[in-house]
Design a protein around this ligand. Structure first.
Ligand code: 5GP
Length: 112
């Protein structure tokens, strides 16, 4: 079982900021910006490579949930970045897909 599955099951503590039947969001333990939250589907997918057309509603909901939360928190007009890393070259380290939401400072482009 992955670390994030254990967070969903409350076997590992996390600073949870949002939850519904399909999505959990919690603060990254090693934040790369003043706001760094991970939005994860409760259904486990190891990487984006596992996604199929059938998963489009769930992944759409993940993104919309992050956008709604950003608006609620008040930083949406200033801006933010969402990122999903895939496998080695993408820099993925936890194999339960997650959307990083980064905000609170100007973010560089291109990323490293
Ligand atoms: P990835 O590198 O897979 O895209 O992102 C994994 C993220 O999970 C990293 O930003 C890392 O800091 C975060 N992370 C790793 N372990 C934990 C943990 O136990 N709790 C929380 N809240 N975040 C974690």
């Amino acid at each position: 079982m992955t670390l994030f599955a254990k967070i969903i099951r409350r076997e590992i503590p996390a600073d949870i900021v949002y939850e519904d039947d399909d999505v959990l969001a919690f603060r990254d333990i090693n934040p790369q910006a003043p706001v760094h939250v991970l939005f994860i589907p409760k259904k486990p997918f190891a990487t984006m490579n596992e996604l199929t057309d059938a998963d489009a509603p769930l992944i759409g909901k993940l993104i919309v949930t992050a956008a709604k939360w950003a608006r609620q928190q008040g930083f949406a007009d200033d801006g933010y970045r969402v990122v999903m890393n895939c496998n080695r070259d993408g820099g993925q380290t936890v194999y339960h897909i997650h959307l990083h939401l980064l905000a609170g400072r100007a973010l560089h482009w291109p990323p490293g």
